[in-house]
Ligand binder design. Structure first.
Ligand code: NAX
Ligand code: K
Length: 549
């Protein structure tokens, strides 16, 4: 499983490797630089041949050190290389300094903040075949000095590069470890306290990072800054060094949600045992709102059924029965007027999970349903729950109900719902990030899950799923898994249904949320552009077939 590292974890792994005596910091830097050059040639094979021109921008730390290695290797390959330095060579860390000295034996280093930088210099800069951003990596601690007027080149680089990337024949900008300016822990751009920053965010063409991806590569604006991410092995893999992180107090284990294919337990659960009957596969109960508002619950029900729940029932008010009956076949129907009626339904111990929120409404009846589902009305049985949409609004209004959340609940808020449920946490996330490591969506979701005492799935193209015990996964719909058409009305209702169906089938709340979110993106990718929410459940058979379920 791919673990996403924070900058502190990456440093701890690197320090353990060096302390073991098996590798030096200088060797790691050499491998990093070599890895960047190999990634460049893999991305643009035509650059292997002939001599091209590169501009390498080096910063004051080890990220700059990597840049000097890249400059040297490209020059040895026959390229013309111009190197610019931001910072004082005298104050560079030792390994970076060694590589600086090596480069000085081969070529010139120009001061990037020189006030006499001419327009011609700038134009030459853009006419390069390749620009390497080795200014700041995981050590970026405060906003990158991009706005200071004397940093003419930097200023222009960060303001114009996006525009250039969009040109037909753009400068190929390669960021080492991360585009400078981005915080590796949050994916946010570090800005000054007034929120000031470059006019246009800077986006690299290719970002090459080392050992493991960092959390920030997958969160918030990170993917937009990185564009394309390549992870290079620099020989740190192996339990020995990673163990130091396992036992490290900073460890918080954030994983990239992986395909169930690579997860034996999830595959076992997705496969239906032969000889089972419908009750073996669980019963999901989806509550619906009044007539005219039942579409969302029906989408969730369809999702739960397709994902493999043995039985799915929609519970609705009597007046909505005809509408629902006209629109549902395999899904069963039952009248549930109020909380007392839901108590009675739940007396039937065969209902494994209740999903409520999509199209539910936020009145007294619905608050009563949420109370009953949570077991807050004194009923003996408390079901497993997926709480979405209107149920989240009710929870944010009624502290007593929020307090009744328990370990078998999953909350699935989008940004607005999250802010209503956890206003103080959302506020921390909304404050401009001025210092690295900045507060991240992972931090926020973990904090929310710990407070709610249940699994929280914070939606987005960077969906973060956290459990109260600190387990955390990012289900990314970025890079090769991008599925922008998933942002469509009703898509969240289907996700709630997927999670409910998986919980009915015996998945733990955390695993159901992770697998449901993964399947949701896969279904969107399977269908492609033009997707509407109704299509999502219909893609599951193809996704399951591909998985070998
Ligand atoms: N950690 C590892 O395992 C490895 C790290 N390597 C490289 O080393 C990098 C980390 O190096 P460092 O820790 O030296 O950090 P960086 O090189 O990212 O930056 C730190 C330097 O920038 C300065 N700085 C930070 N924010 C600033 C700002 N806003 N304005 C001006 N100066 C600022 C700091 O004072 C420090 O001098 C990685 O990103 C990677 O590129 C690689 O060489 C290979 C292995
Ligand atoms: K960089």
């Amino acid at each position: 499983m791919t673990e996403l590292l924070t900058s502190a974890q990456m440093r701890a792994i690197e320090a353990a490797a060096i302390a073991s005596g098996q590798v030096t910091g200088l060797e790691l830097m050499e491998r990093a630089g070599r890895g960047v050059v190999e990634a460049i040639f893999a991305e643009w094979p035509e650059l292997r041949a002939g001599s091209f021109r590169a501009v390498v921008l080096c910063g004051p730390g080890n990220n700059g050190g990597d840049g000097f290695v890249v400059a040297r290797l490209l020059k040895e390959w026959g390229w013309e290389v111009e190197v610019f330095l931001y910072g004082d060579p005298e104050r560079m860390p030792p390994d970076a300094r060694v590589n600086y000295e090596r480069w000085v034996g081969m070529g010139e280093v120009r001061d990037i903040s020189a006030k006499d930088f001419s327009r011609d210099d700038f134009d030459r800069f853009w006419q390069a075949d390749l620009v390497v951003d080795a200014l700041f990596g995981i050590g970026l601690a405060r906003p990158a000095p991009l706005l200071e007027p004397h940093n003419y080149v930097l200023h222009r680089l960060f303001n114009d590069s996006l525009w250039w990337v969009g040109k037909q024949d753009p400068a190929k900008i390669v960021a080492i470890d991360q585009p400078s300016g981005m915080c590796a822990d949050s994916g946010r751009e570090l800005r000054d306290a007034n929120g000031e920053g470059p006019d246009e965010p800077y986006a690299a063409y290719l970002t090459v990072t080392f050992h493991r991806p960092k959390v920030g590569h997958f969160l918030e604006d990170g993917p937009r800054f990185c564009t394309k991410l390549k992870v290079v092995d620099i020989g740190l893999a192996g339990s020995k060094f990673e163990d130091c992180v396992t036992s490290h107090p900073l460890r918080n284990g954030t994983y990239l949600t992986r395909s169930p294919e690579a997860d034996f337990e999830a595959m076992q659960r997705l496969r239906r045992a032969e000889g089972g009957h419908k009750y073996t596969h669980g019963h999901a109960f989806i509550l619906s709102g009044p007539s005219g508002r039942g579409g969302a619950a029906r989408l969730a029900a369809r999702g739960a059924l397709r994902v493999g729940a043995g039985l799915v029932t929609v519970g609705c008010p009597a007046e909505a029965l005809v509408e629902n009956a006209a629109r549902l076949d395999a899904v069963m129907l039952r009248v549930v007027e109020d909380g007392a009626a839901l108590d009675a339904v739940l007396e039937d111990g065969r209902i494994g999970v209740v999903c409520l929120g999509p199209g539910l409404g936020t009145g007294a009846r619905e608050a009563g349903l949420v109370a009953a589902a949570l077991g807050a009305r004194g009923a003996e049985r408390a079901a497993s729950l997926v709480l979405d949409a209107d149920a989240l609004t009710i929870l944010s209004r009624e502290a007593g109900l929020f307090g009744a959340l328990h370990g078998r609940c999953v909350l699935t808020p989008h940004g607005g719902e999250f802010a209503r449920l956890f206003p103080d946490i959302a506020e921390k996330l909304a404050v401009p990030a001025t210092k690295g490591p900045a507060y991240s969506k992972v931090d926020a979701t973990r904090e929310a899950a710990a407070r709610a005492g249940c699994v929280v799935l914070f939606k987005g193209a960077d969906t973060v799923i956290a459990a109260p015990d600190g387990r955390c996964a990012v289900n990314s719909a970025h890079y090769e898994r991008a599925a922008p058409w998933l942002a469509t009305a009703g898509s969240g209702d289907v996700l709630a249904g997927f999670i409910a169906g998986l919980m009915a089938r015996g998945f733990s709340p955390f695993d159901a949320a992770c697998t449901g979110a993964w399947l949701h993106v896969e279904c969107a990718r399977e269908f492609g552009p033009g997707l509407i929410a109704e299509d999502l459940p219909e893609m599951l058979p193809a996704v399951f077939r591909r998985l070998g379920v």
